[in-house]
Design a protein around this ligand. Structure first.
Ligand code: ZN
Ligand code: ZN
Ligand code: FE
Length: 753
């Protein structure tokens, strides 16, 4: 008998020894990571057969388990990682030597239950090329079938109800596969082997068109024909100017022609969405390139995010008023592909909700809530388990992490199982155990019971999916956030985390760095002194920080109303700088000077609001950050001069914008344009930040907080900081969508192993 080599652990296995021929041996292989529902078992099956190995492979609650026996075991182990299917992500590979059994043949065994579920549920993936080819092939049995999918593509996270990931644990449980589909599903050589949402026109979900508001003449045409024609009828209605509610992967969209100003402005009016840009879905990459300047391949990734990029092509003015950019995405479900192909024009595809409500994701809810918006509804009977918004990237950086990315785990230092509940705006939660953190899907602004219910449901769903029983509950220090009350109502050890500390910790944890100086600029965060922070220089790591500096504090006249009315912040900064204000602002100036109902803030976001208002861009806003976004869009990127913005020393460094405010007033009085003023202001903040960071003397600087979604500010600050190393969030948003992960990192550092 040949000697059995000792067990090995780790990734990747060494290259096989080519000569002399490897001895016959048996090895048990445990693969963890994203290996279920992605075609991993058929891949193992095919690989083992090709190498003439005996044994078996199965899915269990930990991932994939295989035993292989024969002479090609080494090559098998090498190829297991190198040739893994496209959607798979092998996190760990552990091997254990076993005595050979003399078994012959290789089989796929039934899933084994029991044990804690640890198998990764994969994110939803865009329709693959092979499925697309079938979708548009008139000879294929799934020609124009809007639910075509395979092990390499299709819905995953949004349809999973439990683990292990198997058909009965999805919203496809109610559909019984026909003979042909079942044959594919059971054939290890088929690319639909164990594709859980596998279906066809004979056995699977169907679309249906509800066209109540379409004028009678057109309605007959719209609802004529069977389910296969519903999509072309919907496309025809949209082409002629209708607004369509369409059920996608993670929820409903509202769609209309992107080149039809009447349709787009009607959509805006009905949706009560005044200015926030709409995203556009285009048929293919060429159509995307016609609209925006794309840098990178993110738009084509399997996550199919909305990519915000500089615009080059024309769309209706109401699509993205006052913006130099457009958010564009490619079709990611077969239904989208058919709709776009039939429509033949780019479509606005915006979230299916009224103003700030959560997106509708059930047919009943959509028919009820979107009735006042949509002319017709393209529905289907495959339920969505978890509402998941489109993810958004700006360039390569994630602005909103949701469909296509969630629930891919991120690394986090080992600690007791924990839950972090995030902040208020752009809410997410994070659950973590054993060195992995699952950051939940974008929930929205956690300000009402509906959103809180969806937040709580998300937390509980993730707790079950990933078997996390949190002992630590991390939350924001703000006493009034719903996320804080939710956290405090849960049993466990509570960890209150300062908001900007969480921003810093999130960026550090993402990059695996122990500490840095964080320049954390955002709109609002509760400070350790009870005031509103938002222009902070925090030195430290997840375990703790010192406030090394901050923006000069100023009053927010009238409190919260100063967020919606940036002119109030302009008034406050003028008063603070000893400058005149218009007579009409006298009452608000008095608030700023007396401090009545006017909390103190060091918010950088509010300073940007103030400057936007001074420039006459915006006196009021309809969404958070709007004034600052328009100020950035207005800037002349060629301007290199900067306003004076000194850094003064004291107990902490203070960035003092008063001289900049005075210079802005002078420039505007001399008739300088907004482009110049905006650029000089951006440059001033960038240089002052860099000067303050040099003063503190940290080798690495984190730039985060929602204000750093401003690409011009980020670029200018990064330049000014040279040669210091700059870290920014990439996989998570720098806005409050990243807060829960940062809170988790802080809790892990304080209570870690
Ligand atoms: Zn496919
Ligand atoms: Zn079928
Ligand atoms: Fe924040």
């Amino acid at each position: 008998m040949t000697r059995v080599p000792p067990a090995r652990r780790g990734v990747p296995p060494p290259a096989p020894d080519s000569s002399p021929p490897a001895p016959s041996r048996r090895v048990r292989v445990r693969v963890t990571g994203r290996v279920q529902g992605v075609g991993f078992r058929p891949f193992v099956f095919a690989l083992a057969r090709r190498l003439g190995l005996a044994g078996f492979v199965l899915n269990d609650s930990l991932g994939v388990l295989a035993e292989v026996e024969g002479e090609g075991v080494e090559e098998f182990l090498a190829r297991l990682v190198a040739d893994a299917p496209p959607l798979a992500c092998v996190e760990r590979l552990a091997t254990e030597a076993l005595p050979p059994t003399g078994e012959s043949g290789f089989t796929i065994r039934a899933s084994a239950g029991g044990g804690p579920p640890d198998a990764a549920v994969s994110p939803d993936a865009a329709t693959c090329d092979a499925c697309l080819a079938e979708l548009f092939d008139p000879a294929d049995r799934r020609y124009r079938y809007p639910f075509i999918n395979c092990t390499g593509c299709g819905p995953r996270f949004t349809i999973v109800t439990a683990v292990p990931y198997d058909r009965p644990s999805t919203t496809m449980a109610a559909f019984t596969m026909c003979r042909a589909c079942r044959a594919e599903y059971q054939d290890p050589g088929d690319r639909r082997f164990h594709a859980q949402p596998n279906a066809c026109p004979d056995c699977g979900p169907r679309v249906r068109l509800v066209a109540d508001r379409i004028p009678a003449g057109r309605r007959r045409e719209a609802i004529a024909g069977g389910p296969r024609d519903a999509i072309s009828a919907a496309a025809a209605a949209v082409r002629s100017g209708a607004i369509l509610a369409v059920k996608g992967i993670g929820g409903f969209h509202l769609a209309c022609r992107a080149d039809d100003e009447a349709a787009v402005s009607a959509l805006r009016a009905r949706k009560h969405r005044e200015d926030r840009p709409f995203a556009i879905m285009v048929g293919d990459l060429d159509a995307a390139r016609a609209l925006v300047e794309l840098d990178g391949d993110e738009i084509r990734s399997r996550a199919r995010p909305i990519v915000i990029a500089p615009r080059r092509g024309d769309v209706a003015p109401s699509v993205a008023p006052r913006s130099r950019e457009l958010g564009v995405m490619l079709p990611y479900s077969p239904l989208h592909h058919l709709l776009l192909a039939d429509a033949g024009v780019p479509l606005v595809m915006t979230s299916g909700n009224v103003s700030d409500e959560p997106i509708a994701f059930t047919d009943e809810d959509a028919l009820r809530r979107l009735a006042g918006i949509a002319d017709l509804f393209l529905l289907h009977d495959r339920p969505i388990r978890t509402r998941t918004d489109d993810s958004v990237l700006r360039g390569r950086r994630v602005v909103r992490r949701s469909r296509g990315f969630v629930p891919e785990p991120l690394p986090l230092p080992a600690a007791p199982a924990l839950l972090a509940t995030g902040a208020e705006l752009k809410s997410t939660f994070t659950l973590a155990r054993d060195g992995r953190a699952w950051v939940g899907h974008h929930i929205g602004d956690l300000r009402n019971v509906e959103t809180l219910a969806s937040f709580a449901d998300g937390v509980e769903h993730f707790e079950r999916l990933f078997a996390v029983a949190p002992q630590l509950i991390a939350h924001d220090m703000h006493p009034d956030y719903l996320s804080t009350s939710y956290a405090l109502a849960r049993e466990g050890e509570h960890v209150a985390v300062q908001h900007h500390h969480a921003h810093l910790a999130a960026a550090l944890a993402e990059h695996g760095e122990p500490e840095a100086l964080g320049a954390i600029f955002d709109g609002t965060g509760y400070g350790t002194d009870g005031t509103i922070w938002g222009g902070e220089l925090l030195l430290g790591g997840p375990g703790g920080f010192t406030r090394a500096g901050h923006l000069r504090p100023v009053r927010m006249p009238g409190g919260e109303s100063a967020i919606r009315e940036p002119w109030r912040m302009a008034c406050a900064w003028l008063a603070e700088s000893g400058l005149e204000t218009p007579p009409a602002w006298a009452n608000v100036r008095r608030l700023a000077e007396t401090g009545l109902a006017s909390p103190v803030t060091t918010s950088m976001g509010r300073l940007f609001d103030a400057v936007a208002a001074l420039c006459g861009l915006r006196e009021t806003v309809t969404y958070e950050g709007q004034a600052a976004i328009e100020l950035e869009a207005a800037a002349d990127a060629h301007e290199t001069a900067a306003y004076p913005l000194p850094v003064t020393e004291g107990a902490a460094l203070v960035l003092d914008p008063r001289p900049a405010i005075a210079a802005i007033v002078d420039d505007l009085a001399r008739g300088a344009g907004v482009a110049l003023v905006s650029a000089r202001f951006h440059n001033a903040v960038a240089r002052a930040t860099a000067a303050a960071c040099r003063e503190v003397g940290a080798p690495a600087v984190v730039l985060s907080g929602g204000v750093f979604q401003n690409a011009l500010l980020l670029d200018r600050t990064t330049e000014a900081l040279r040669p210091a190393r700059v870290l920014t969030p990439v996989r998570l948003p720098c806005n409050d969508g990243g807060i829960s992960y940062g809170q988790a990192a802080v809790a892990a550092a304080l209570h870690g192993a």
